[in-house]
Design a protein around this ligand. Sequence first.
Ligand code: PEP
Ligand code: MG
Length: 320
Amino acid sequence: RTASEAEGRALPAATTDGHAIEIGANINKPSDVAGAIDQGAEGVGLMRTEFLFLDGGHTPDEEEQFATYGAMAENLGGRPLIVRTLDIGGDKQAPHLKLPREENPFLGVRGTRLTLRRPDLMRPQLRALYRVAKAGANLKIMLPMITSLDEILAVRAVAEEIRAEVGAPAVPLGIMVEVPSTAVMADVYAEYVDFFSIGTNDLTQYTLAIDRQHPELAAEADSLHPAVLRLIRKTVEGAARHRRWVGVCGGIAGDPFGASLLAGLGVDELSMTVRDIPAVKVRLRSASMADLKALADKAVAARTAGEVRALEASFGQGDA
Ligand code: PEP
Ligand code: MG
């Protein structure tokens, strides 16, 4: 029997042999939650908090952040919520923070590098998040642009201090895998983090040395380049050493063929733009995990992104 469209969107993204991939939405506003659930999101896999700092043109204080994260959790009604701490720098500049101009902002004081230097930014955000957790939210905290164990340990120390201060329960703390070094070191970092989420937009940029916004190089900045896929495999293998789960929240998670490959590589969760959710779910339901694993093996063995893309036709998956 063919499920109606709305029924279909609500079904889990389970392969024909019953492996379910968790599907999250990349949304930033509490008002976007209902629409995401309607399209089949099972939670929020990436809330980019820099929008709170960029759209308003000011630095939101702890209360303002508490209200926004709290409303997000409330609207999700117990579904999982992953909030990423501030990722300013690189392509996301906030003039009101008056940060020094950098020659290479993508290689500069960005994301967690910035918040570690700016307790006035890190502490109110963590306090707001732990207060939301204390109020019962199904929350996870995710750190952007991690490039070393020192950064992980430094944030963990501050987070634990604030958690105790607030009287909140433990909250899973994960990191984004956005640079090649972090993918390579995932087996080491896995001991110190609760989960990984791969940001393929930045991981592709830093692996291929292509500015993610470069108009002339857009076609070459392909997240299905075998080098990127090998780093994803490396992350999944490293995470497994400590039984950590791995998600992908970069753009390729919302591409039906990309999602199939990622599932075959052993990724547990995919988080994407809301409009991409229905087609990804349909595609993931159309194959077995054994088929997806075989597909992923072929992709990792490919020599070029073009060869990986060509596998889609031979894999014989029609779009829905
Ligand atoms: C990414 O880099 O893939 C990611 C999800 O983060 P952002 O796009 O916000 O840099
Ligand atoms: Mg990123």
